[in-house]
Design a binder for this molecule. Structure first.
Ligand code: AKG
Ligand code: FE2
Length: 218
């Protein structure tokens, strides 16, 4: 397990064995790299607009809006459930390509020898959250999940392999990178809340999270 990062408060909790395989790289992207990535994302989202996924069966809308980059994208709706597909659910077009900086982050942080296939773009407006869940719609759990944060700081929560396992929380700020690998790959996790006014990157606040995943077995 390799852990780096802030040492104060609840952040120290991420060193606990329950989250083995969790890797944090605070400040992985500097301000210039964050701004460049944001520009690339704006262009991509013009082609593949944010959509509102809905829950399997109930059709209840997510509060987080989403889009994707790369050969595959994660989508969810009432009838089809959670899945990956090669095209945007509303435009029917293929997802835009992943910018180079994301491919580099995947290899530098995740250290997995095959390329990522999906980059989920999560848009958190102020007041939105993501409930505790596992990332398990992929065929390949050997590959890590690599995530990058932009904009306002998130209070991120992670537990163990069972929903009822104890959880701990820490902050993910703009430019921070994280990988869920090894024992943490299937750990329950979520976002409790977005802390307003913590970043000037997005003019109207809010947070963007980019989650890179390998979907198929190489
Ligand atoms: O926004 C985050 O930091 C986590 C996102 C997440 O867990 C997911 O997209 O599966
Ligand atoms: Fe997740």
């Amino acid at each position: 397990m390799a852990i780096s990062g802030r040492k104060s408060g609840d952040d120290a909790g991420v060193r606990n064995a329950a989250t083995g395989g969790l890797l944090l790289r605070p400040g992985y992207l500097d301000a210039t790299a964050q701004a460049a990535l944001l520009d690339a994302l704006r262009a991509a989202l013009a082609d593949a607009p944010l959509f509102t996924p809905t829950m399997p069966r109930t059709g209840k809308p997510f509060s987080v809006r989403m889009s994707n980059l790369g050969p595959l994208g994660w989508v969810s709706d009432r009838d089809g459930g959670y899945r990956y597909q090669a095209t945007h659910p509303e435009t029917g077009r293929p997802w835009p390509a992943m910018p180079e900086v994301l491919l580099r982050a995947w290899s530098e942080i995740g250290g997995y020898p095959h390329p990522p296939e999906a980059c989920l773009v999560n848009w958190y407006a102020q007041g939105t959250r993501m409930g505790l869940h596992q990332d398990r719609d992929e065929q390949d759990f050997d590959a890590p999940v690599v995530s990058l944060s932009l904009g306002d700081t998130a209070l991120f929560r992670i537990g163990g392999l069972k929903r009822s396992d104890p959880t701990r929380s820490f902050r993910l700020a703009s430019g921070d990178a994280m990988a869920l690998a090894g024992e943490s790959r299937l750990a329950f996790h979520g976002v409790d809340r977005i802390l307003p006014g913590t970043s000037a990157l997005l003019p109207n606040g809010g947070r963007i999270n980019l989650t890179l995943r390998r979907v198929t077995r190489p």
